[in-house]
Design a protein around this ligand. Structure first.
Ligand SMILES: [Zn+2]
Length: 408
């Protein structure tokens, strides 16, 4: 038992679903906030719960370097370590390692890379990356892949895709042999596959979550495969079909949003989706703006993640119903209005643009917190509206309005 995926309604290609994980139900299509180092920068876990976050993402590369997999495993995995009872997904480290272009060396066996922290040398193979992901204990983990650089020659893209397919088989084999070693202790008392998302305001557990000794319920993690193939539609199709042949409970599209034009990303996604099983979750990695995530959901993508809302917030760039606001600008210095009058978040309900601008200009820590809370709320609300539209079957409403926006 690992995950179950139920589709409850469809609207065109868009699907409304429930992804039932060992740590709660995730309503899809879902946007997953990124918590690179077991922390969504600036936002505490109880606030994430209040915002309605049902799943967040951790980065294996960063957690492997600091604090180290053994430390996290010893605390009951990420759930125990960061005190987060809801679902978690980890990437395999592949994308991060491949973004260290100057610091890595790839061969059939795996990737040798240097830490961006201290220059120390490390090695990731499909086996060791999966081992790290088992130790981190996320509900959903990703196969170790090669994220093909862009631009790249077709032969290079093919070779990279073939390598990712061989690594997908090795990832799966290692996972199947070792998945029983997931470090869930008491966290697995949220037993498996039947619970609803937790409401905020529940009393905290009497003992630290990692300290428990209850037997696990037999629930395990789920390993997703990743489709590569660069910007080549045929190679994407072949990658999708052969990854599906290997067999995973869910599939991701990787290697996108790496510098290609947005129209190309969209074309690849739309084309690739038709080769992925209709009854399994489909995850588009590392995308995008609020308009894009709504548009991809309308195309039939179920899961997305991106650092954009959190990273942009820390730079004073805020997404609103009337477009982007750069809160650092002097024009907001005496603006008593809400950041986004149409946003129901706690920041927009309470603070003025003038105050937010002041906090940012003064480099107050609170600026990062409030900006991040708003941006995350805006993304989560966007997906709530998408789900609502799919449920109501509003074919000409919100979804089509978003997806018909001009491409940048
Ligand atoms: Zn807001």
């Amino acid at each position: 038992m690992s995950i179950r995926f139920q589709i409850e309604a469809t609207n065109g290609a868009g699907r409304l679903g429930r992804l039932i994980t060992p740590h709660g139900v995730v309503e899809t299509p879902v946007f997953m906030p990124v918590g690179t180092l077991a922390s969504v920068k600036g936002v505490a876990q109880d606030l994430l719960e209040d915002l309605g976050v049902q799943i967040l993402l951790g980065n294996t590369y960063h957690l492997y370097l600091r604090p180290g997999v053994d430390t996290v495993r010893g605390m009951g995995g990420l759930h125990g370590f960061m005190s987060w009872d809801r679902a978690i997904l980890t990437d395999s480290g592949g994308f991060q390692v491949f973004s260290l272009t100057e610091l890595r060396k790839v061969n059939e066996e795996g990737v040798t890379f240097r830490s961006h922290l201290d220059g120390s040398s490390h090695f990731f193979s499909p086996e060791s990356a999966i081992e790290a992901e088992i130790g981190l204990g996320a509900d959903i983990i990703m196969a170790f892949d090669e994220c093909t650089e862009f631009p790249a020659e077709r032969e290079r893209v093919r070779a990279s895709m073939e390598l990712t397919l061989r690594w997908a088989e090795r990832s799966k084999k290692h996972f199947d042999e070792h998945k029983r070693r997931v470090p869930w202790g008491t966290s697995a008392q949220h037993s498996a596959l039947s619970i609803e998302p937790k409401q905020s305001g529940e009393s905290p557990p009497a003992v630290p979550r990692w300290a428990g000794t209850l037997p696990t319920t037999g629930a395990t993690q789920s390993l997703f495969g990743i489709v590569q193939g660069g910007m080549d539609l045929e190679l994407r199709r072949e990658s999708a079909e052969r990854t599906v042949e290997i067999g995973f409970p869910g599939y991701a599209m990787g290697g996108l949003s790496v510098g290609e034009p947005r129209a190309v990303t969209r074309e690849i996604v739309e084309s690739t989706l038709q080769y992925l099983p209709i009854d399994q979750p489909r995850y588009l990695m590392g995308v995008g703006t609020p308009e894009e995530i709504a548009a991809y959901a309308a195309l039939g993508v179920d899961m997305m993640d991106c650092v954009l809302p959190t990273r942009a917030a820390r730079h004073g760039l805020l997404f609103t119903s009337v477009g982007k606001v750069s809160i650092k600008q002097a024009r907001y210095a005496n603006d008593a209005g809400a950041l986004d009058p149409a946003c129901g978040c706690r920041v927009c309900a309470r603070y003025s643009r003038a105050y937010l601008r002041h906090l940012y200009a003064s480099n107050e820590v609170l600026a990062q917190v409030l900006n991040t809370v708003h941006n995350l709320s805006f993304y989560l609300d966007t997906m709530r509206r998408v789900r609502h539209s799919i449920r109501l079957g509003e074919g000409t409403g919100f979804l089509s309005g978003v997806s018909s926006q001009p491409k940048p």
